[in-house]
Design a protein around this ligand. Structure first.
Ligand code: SF4
Length: 79
């Protein structure tokens, strides 16, 4: 089940990038990203644990990862 408060969107170019997947898995303090070897999976049950630290945004190329605050009308953190 997706998060009630937070959603995360990852561009296709990142979704299938195994190296970037590892980086995202490493930086997220609440384990929202899982590196599968073939790319990254979002663990939906963890989404609401997001602490808005922006480390995932810093780790990925600009414009490829978006953290959406569903509780704030869909305002997004992105870079
Ligand atoms: S903003 Fe921080 S806590 Fe939220 S998904 Fe990105 S790395 Fe994880």
């Amino acid at each position: 089940m997706p998060g009630l408060f937070i959603d995360v969107e990852v561009a296709d170019s990142v979704r299938g990038d195994a190296e970037l997947a590892k980086k995202l898995e490493e930086v997220c303090p609440v384990d929202i990203y899982t590196a599968t070897g073939a790319g990254v999976e979002i663990r939906e049950e963890q989404l609401d644990e997001c602490v808005l630290c922006e480390l995932c945004l810093e780790a990925a190329p600009p414009g490829t990862v978006k953290v959406i605050k569903l509780y704030a009308g869909g305002a997004a953190l992105e870079r």
